[in-house]
Write a protein that binds this ligand. Sequence first.
Ligand SMILES: [Zn+2]
Length: 576
Amino acid sequence: MRWSRYFIPTLREDPADAEVVSHKLLLRAGLIRQLSAGVYSFLPLGQRVASKVMQILREEMNAVGGQEFFLPALHPGEIWQESGRWYAIGDEMFRFKDRKGTDMCLGMTHEEVFTTIARSEIRSYKQLPQVWYQIQTKFRDEARPKSGLIRIRQFIMKDAYTFDVDRAGLDKSFNDQREAYKNIFTRCGLEFLIVEASSGAMGGSESNEFMARTPAGEDIIVSCPNCGYAANLEKATSRLNEIADEPGPAAPEEFPTPGVRTIEDLTTFPGGADANRQIKSLVFFATIEGESRPVLVLLRGDHQLHETKLADSLGSTAVRPARPDEIRELLGASAGSLGGVGAKKRTAGLRIVADSSLKNRRNMTTGANKDDHHLRGVDVARDISVDEWFDLRTVESGEKCPHCDSGTLEVFKGMEIGHIFKLGTKYSASMGATVLTQDGKEVPIVMGSYGIGVERIIAAAVEQQHDDDGIIWPKSLAPFDLVVTITNMKQDELRAAGEKLYEELQRAGFEVLLDDRDERAGVKFKDADLIGIPYRVTIGKKIVDGMVELFDRRAKKSEDVKIGEVVAALKQDGRD
Ligand SMILES: [Zn+2]
């Protein structure tokens, strides 16, 4: 490819609206351009990188028995209504009606479509297992698209689905995919970790996320450097120090607390209590089976609620904090004076859930459900009718690892680059995809689903591998293997040597970009650094001695090589 003819619109300056590194560099290096919020075009250089990612995806999926499909992006609403997700998913799904008034949507994932195929074609255990995948466009109407390719509304996904006759089959399929994912991210040159995650609206029993560690990520990861435990914050747990409570009075005692509105206020109030001796009381409405129900949530005063944990624990598709008027209606006081003692007497049917760290605590302080009043001497087991105990609190950096004796947890940001789910029978049962077992019994097919975002891989690679001068592509994703830079196009000798080397390298199987533009050498070097091609061969003055310069973009080192030995030198360095 000749740079003079190739479309690489590089930018000198950082675009004003770009915040994260990958967004800036992908725009500046001329790989992408924005069409509208969260919708991007791949320009030729970007398309070359995306193609490399997709090729790796295909190879690794095929290696675990994957069969490639290509399904429609345009779906009838009907199949999503059958699975129930039409109702469970909110505004993030693009929905509309066709000219006949039929509900339609743009696919966010393809569980429903693949299940539709499986239920009409697969009858017997003898046809299982099946491993199906595709690389295809998906849509998601993000409320706040941002960060370039990190949070977008149209994206390319490799999604795979496995179909097995039983749980043991699913376990094997899941493990195969997990291994394939490790190979994929390793080959893409990413630093990643595998974490326990919430399955959310996808459903199922178990899920793992693949996370690239980067400050540009939108997920928070908790990990133990000692034993390797890693989980998304929405799923992470930790081990707390035991607190020994002094015995309290025989019954809770009410006391006036004028002006006390927060946990913090009560810690400094005369006769108050430390935050870890207080009970925090929060009122939420949870949507469960399409109905919105009030829930009183109790936590230790110094702990923070994680709303995804609450939703997952309740089996709810959405939770929201109650409004002040709703709180008063339910408990008869404002948010600063709430508590679990006697709450059920006030509101019949109120569900009370508590974080496990409150179990067996006594002599605690909490709101009295009466403005400007609190109760002290509360014994949780004796005084509060807790319906269910869950892990609801947000883990914090420095807490103890739940899996080993001596580990201390670290909390950092990561970007989700892949997510794999054991779906079980959620879709096959609701949509009637069954098979006959060896014993002639009819059972729902046991499914798994597995997704990787192509744009996320590209963004993660740039976030993790760049410097002040631009992108440093891993060899496996680089749009070209090398650039041959002719420093001065006006000198016939340089031009002829560059052209000859360009031909020779292509014959040797390299993907070569020949910088034959009529530009100053400095401009050419800057552009080559910016677009991040792994090697640059510079044809300059030393050509009179038959020498060229071989520059390694990552190491930022160059060496003089005889022009006849460039191919051998590159081969020795190895190409992925
Ligand atoms: Zn540990």
